[in-house]
Every structure is written in structure tokens, then in C-alpha cells.
Design a protein around this ligand. Structure first.
Ligand code: TYM
Length: 360
């Protein structure tokens, strides 16, 4: 958890009149975030690292939650799967508690301004700056630059555009997005400095627990849909017996004592983090409750707690997916609202950049 950056409570206490003069400025504190539809289901890391926070935050903030389908094609996607996964993501947002009447829910590719702003931001980014982004660095180191698409290189500029178009004050994300949020802030400040004040400079909101959930089979790597084996993953749409099996076979550490030590006991510490997040208990409370008990005992209870939390979401998401036309309608309403905010911001950016605007 970052202590140097403002928290949601700090933002709620700030005077919004500071940004009221900007185009598309928010009347209430505003947040925006998204999750890539690049798998058949969101996973427990997405849920605990971001979605839980989104649901809470929508009560106090004007919230924009979207599905970054353009980001998903930075790795190859089957077109039919991508369409389906986009709806599945929307269904899971709603099933987890995002209220489309209150928050704006939309699909990135419905709003052409995202790619239009990306170009401007790409031209403001240095090659070295982009090459230092860990996501690109790791993938190109692993697979070689020949096998790594340019889309992955420009991915952070698209993400910065997603955010800046909506003038949000906060971006609720997990810990792995810190570097992207930093670049977004840098690009907003750079544009503002060169062309005059235009963008709100947003801060990242990171959860106190669950900001980084690790793979159950490899508890030093973050839980990720691109993990080499599905056995380390828990998906929101997994059936309870799959969840129980994965937790039961989670890698634990040598020794038998249940205590929290990320460095020496990464497996059990990850299970404690997950347990604390799904039950809203503290890790310290759990450690004392399990004093003298075996790893197996903790795993059985954890499987029960995770299932209890995810099962209603799975059931509701599947119900929503039975009516794809209704999901599409919700997303179309969201796109209209989103575009009404994004279009004037892009227009101002183009004008300030020196592009001759079409006569009206
Ligand atoms: P993505 O799709 O990888 O992840 C979506 C959200 O889930 C969080 N997350 C995790 N949190 C804890 N533990 C984990 N193991 C874990 N894995 C994922 C991520 O931090 C994220 O909050 N680039 C973004 C998508 C994006 C975006 C945006 C986000 C595109 N444009 C604009 C915010 C604003 C991404 O790939 O997230």
C-alpha cells in the first residue's frame, strides 16, 4: 500500500473546484478502471485486487468501469472468443456488485477516442521510457523482440489514454499496475506543461489487502491468466469442487506452523492473504485462530470461504449471460455516457496539438 499517494478518503476530502474549469470536469470525485477480457473468466487476483474495491468505491465516486478489449489483442485472440469474453467480463462486473444504474459500464472499442488519444500520447513518450515498462521488458526478454508485438510496446500509452479521457481523480487497480499509473501521471503532466492545463492528474488506489495475489502453484509469481498451468489459478466462474481441489493442492512451505512470512513462507502467506481478503479478517486474527493447527485444516476452511464468496457471483454471472441482448443494451447505454465525456476532451487535445479542426 502506497503511503505517499492520496487514498480515496483524501480525494473525497479535496476541493473539486481545483479541476472544475477543465473540459469534462467531474462534479463528484471520479474513478475509472478496467480488466482485460483475455480469458474465459476473471480470476481471484482480479477480484480481490480490483473488483472488490470498485464495488465499494462506486458508492462515493462517479465510477467508469470498462472492458479493455483493444488491450486484449496485444496477444493473439480468437475473434469469437473475444466477443464472448467481453460479455463474460461485463456479466462478472455486474454479478460482483457493479451497479450499471449507478456506474458507467462500457467497452473500450466502442469509444474511438481511446485510440485517437493514444497516438498523441505515444508521440509524447520516449522510446527509453516505454522500453522500461516491466510488462514489455519481461515479455520481450522471455520471448525475444521478434515474437513481441509493437502493440505490447504501446500498451501503456493506450492505458494512459483510457484513463485521461475521463478526467478521473483515482484509478482503483492492483499492485502490478503501479508503473502504468505512474506513466499516465507523467504523460498528463507533460501534456499539461506543453499545451496548457488539460488533464486531471489521477492517482492509483491500491487495496490494503489483496493488492497482489500469487499463483497457488508458484507463490512467488502473481496469479495471472497467462500462467503456464491453470492449477495455480482460481477463476470466478470455477465450480466449487474445482476451487476446493486447487486450494487443496496449493504449494505450501516446509515446516508445519501457520504464520505469515512472505519471504520464507510464500505459499502459506498467500493463502493467509486470500483468506483475510475473502473474510474481511486480519492476517493476525487468522494466524492466532490457526495456532497449533495443520496446513490441511487451513486449506479446507479457506476453500469453503472462497466458495462462499464466489459462488453467488458465478451463479449471477451465468444468469446474466443467458440474456446477451440485455448485457449489450447496458453496454450501449454506458458507451453513450462515456463518449459524452471523452469526445470533448479529445477535441480539446486535438485543437491544442495544432490540428485544424473541421469547420462546423
Ligand atoms: P488486468 O486485466 O491484468 O487486471 C485487471 C485488474 O486486476 C488486478 N490484478 C491483480 N490484483 C491482485 N493480484 C493479482 N494477481 C492480480 N492480477 C491482476 C490488476 O492490478 C488490475 O487492476 N492494464 C490493465 C487493464 C487496463 C486498465 C486501463 C486498468 C487497461 N486500461 C485503465 C485501469 C485503467 C490490465 O492489464 O489489468
Amino acid at each position: 500500500m502506497s503511503t505517499s499517494q492520496p487514498t480515496p478518503a483524501d480525494i473525497l476530502a479535496t476541493d473539486l473546484s481545483e479541476t472544475a474549469h477543465l473540459t469534462s470536469a467531474a462534479k463528484h470525485p471520479r474513478v475509472l478502471s478496467g480488466m482485460q477480457p483475455s480469458a474465459d473468466s476473471l480470476h481471484l487476483g482480479n477480484y480481490l485486487g480490483a473488483l472488490v474495491n470498485w464495488v465499494k468505491i462506486q458508492e462515493d465516486f462517479e465510477a467508469f468501469y470498462f472492458i479493455p478489449d483493444l488491450h486484449a489483442i496485444t496477444v493473439p485472440q480468437d475473434p469469437k472468443d473475444l466477443v464472448q469474453r467481453t460479455r463474460v467480463a461485463a456479466a462478472q462486473y455486474i454479478a460482483a456488485g457493479i451497479n450499471p444504474e449507478r456506474s458507467t459500464l462500457f467497452v473500450q472499442s466502442h469509444i474511438p477516442e481511446h485510440t485517437q488519444l493514444t497516438w498523441i500520447l505515444t508521440c509524447l513518450t520516449g522510446m527509453g521510457e516505454a522500453a522500461r515498462m516491466t510488462q514489455f521488458k519481461d515479455k520481450s526478454a522471455r520471448e525475444g523482440t521478434e515474437a513481441t508485438g509493437v502493440g505490447l510496446f504501446t500498451y501503456p500509452m493506450l492505458m494512459a489514454a483510457d484513463i485521461l479521457l475521463y478526467q478521473p481523480h483515482g484509478v482503483p487497480v492492483g499492485d502490478d499496475q503501479r508503473q502504468h499509473i505512474e506513466l499516465t501521471r507523467t504523460l498528463a503532466q507533460r501534456f499539461n506543461y506543453r499545451y496548457g492545463e488539460t488533464f486531471v492528474v489521477p492517482v492509483g488506489f491500491f487495496p490494503e489487502t489483496g493488492a497482489r495475489i500469487y499463483d497457488l502453484q508458484d507463490p512467488v509469481s502473481k496469479m495471472s491468466k497467462s500462467a503456464p498451468s491453470p492449477n495455480g489459478l482460481i477463476n470466478i466462474l470455477d465450480e466449487p469442487k474445482v476451487i476446493a481441489k486447487r486450494i487443496k493442492s496449493a504449494v505450501t512451505d516446509t515446516g508445519t506452523e501457520i504464520h505469515y512470512d512472505r519471504e520464507h513462507k510464500p505459499g502459506i502467506s498467500n493463502l493467509l492473504d486470500i483468506y483475510a481478503s475473502v473474510t474481511d479478517q486480519s492476517v493476525a486474527e487468522l494466524v492466532s485462530a490457526y495456532e497449533g493447527k495443520m496446513y490441511g485444516h487451513l486449506k479446507v476452511d479457506l476453500a469453503e470461504a472462497v466458495t462462499q464468496r464466489l459462488e453467488p457471483i458465478r451463479t449471477r454471472a451465468l444468469e446474466l449471460l443467458d440474456d446477451p441482448a440485455e448485457l449489450d443494451r447496458i453496454l450501449a447505454v454506458g458507451a453513450d455516457k462515456a463518449r459524452s465525456i471523452a469526445a470533448p476532451v479529445l477535441d480539446e487535445v486535438y485543437e491544442k496539438s495544432g490540428f485544424l479542426r473541421p469547420a462546423r
